[in-house]
Design a protein around this ligand. Structure first.
Ligand code: ADP
Ligand code: MG
Length: 431
């Protein structure tokens, strides 16, 4: 297959240069003995602002990326699901949709395939179609750019389409968010909604209870640059305990606040924020919450107000204000939420020193990536400073071969389409 075709199929230049990747259709044929007929693709996302708010039903503002998980597939009539990944050498996943589906060991990538299948089959009748699938992705796994939900959405979307489930995108997003908790991480619903509802050239204001998505146009000249430290943060592995501790602390803080202001224990964060002004809530919180819960609570509620302000700055075309909000968000995630690392802090400083309007860790933290906002005059300087920084590890760390820097291209959401050999993968982004 020609190089241009491979590039369009999601194979990176580096992989082509190193000769490590073949045509995904041929890999599929090697694995399953026949050609794929369809490809289900789902984008990663970079979150511009609003981290660790989605599981508290508070808003977030990501953009869906051009980088994505592609599941090359062939339907099966016998309800069996077999899925392998170009990035993980383990044996392909293999199970029957009609059988009980138990999780494998913690951190096993195949649990995300199982998660998608358990979710899909709750809305499918008996005797469903399964698939053979081969995953090729240009999202670095566990980099804070939502490779996990891109994978879950790609598999689930394929199963739902093959079986004519007829669900809307928001319904699939809700189903996928619930399903991903199968891996043991108590995440929210941002990543799955971004993967399904991405829009070229737009950021996505995502709100919860019920799920809503409003695309907000990104002004021309604004460039969001992503820098991956090269340190993965596996949310169903190394980072899981810390992640779930944050979820539990927020819930405990909410319950205590509900008691303190005399409302129902089942109160939600949006309902709490509607009860009183933010300074008043923070005064009560300082009185009634223990220090760790107070810090988690303070990040959560101030981050929600930053998201609202950032949407306004985006709509008004005010990059200076948007950038300041990003930097404030980083300080809050670092101090009150305790999810930053020395590498992330360093990249944030490098970006702002080089002229970025603002920068912050993106996603859950504990490693992973940062995102910086650069205007046209600073873009080259910001990108090259970040490239330099990720190529030089910090004094006490090993070199990180997976580290990379790239501009975020706001792209369209998940799609299931024909994979006929004469129909090369169309570029998903036009923004
Ligand atoms: P993030 O969503 O930020 O990338 P997570 O820790 O939530 O990080 O998910 C990363 C996990 O998703 C990986 O550890 C792996 O189990 C799974 N995963 C990601 N990409 C792939 C892939 N290409 N093939 C198979 N599994 C993948
Ligand atoms: Mg994830």
């Amino acid at each position: 297959m020609r190089r241009s075709r491979l590039r369009q199929a999601g194979v990176s230049r580096l992989e082509l240069r190193c000769g490590t990747v073949s045509d995904p259709r041929e890999s599929f044929k090697d694995a399953f003995g026949d050609w794929p007929t369809l490809v289900s693709e789902a984008p990663g996302r970079v979150n511009l602002i609003g981290d660790h708010t989605d599981y508290n039903e508070l808003p977030v503002l990501p953009i869906a990326l051009a980088e994505r998980v592609r599941l090359w597939l062939r339907p099966r009539e016998d309800g069996r699901v077999r899925v392998g990944s170009a990035d993980f050498p383990d044996a392909p996943e293999s199970f029957d949709l009609g059988d009980p589906i138990e999780p494998r060991g913690s951190g096993d990538w195949r649990n995300y395939v199982r998660a998608a299948a358990t979710g899909a089959r709750t809305v499918l009748p008996d005797g469903v179609r399964g698939l053979d699938g081969w995953i090729v992705s240009d999202l670095p796994p566990a980099s804070g750019l939502s490779s996990s939900s891109a994978l879950v959405v790609a598999v689930m979307h394929a199963l739902l389409e093959l079986n004519g489930a007829g669900l809307g995108r928001l319904e699939v997003a809700v189903l996928a968010a619930r399903a991903e908790r199968f891996v043991g991480t108590q995440g929210g619903g941002m990543d799955q909604a971004a993967a399904l509802c991405g829009r070229a050239g737009h950021a996505l204001l995502i709100e919860f209870g019920p799920l809503r998505v409003r695309p907000v146009s990104v002004p021309s000249g604004w460039c969001f640059v992503v820098a991956y430290t090269g340190t993965p943060a596996e949310k169903s592995g190394r980072a899981q305990r810390e992640y779930n501790e944050r979820v539990a602390s927020c819930r405990a803080a909410l319950d205590r606040m509900g008691e303190a202001i005399g409302v129902d224990r089942a109160l939600s964060y949006p309902a709490l924020l509607a009860q009183a002004a933010l300074p008043d809530l923070l005064t009560v919180a300082a009185r009634v919450l223990e220090p760790r819960h107070l810090a988690r609570f303070r990040h959560t509620v101030t981050e929600a107000t930053r998201v609202r302000a950032a949407v306004q700055a985006l709509e008004e075309g005010d990059p200076g204000r948007f950038g300041r909000l990003m930097s404030e968000s980083h300080e809050s995630l670092k101090g009150d939420y305790g999810v930053s690392t020395a590498e992330l802090d360093r990249l944030v400083t490098v970006a702002t020193t080089a002229g970025a309007e603002g920068a912050r860790l993106t996603g859950a933290g504990f490693g992973g990536s940062i995102v910086a906002l650069a205007g046209p005059s600073a873009l080259d300087a910001v990108e090259s400073a970040l490239r330099q920084a990720v190529s030089e590890p910090m004094a006490d760390t090993e070199p990180r071969p997976g580290a990379r820097v790239f501009p975020a291209r706001a792209s369209n959401g998940a799609v299931v389409r024909d994979a006929a050999p004469g129909d090369p993968a169309a570029p998903a982004a036009n923004g």
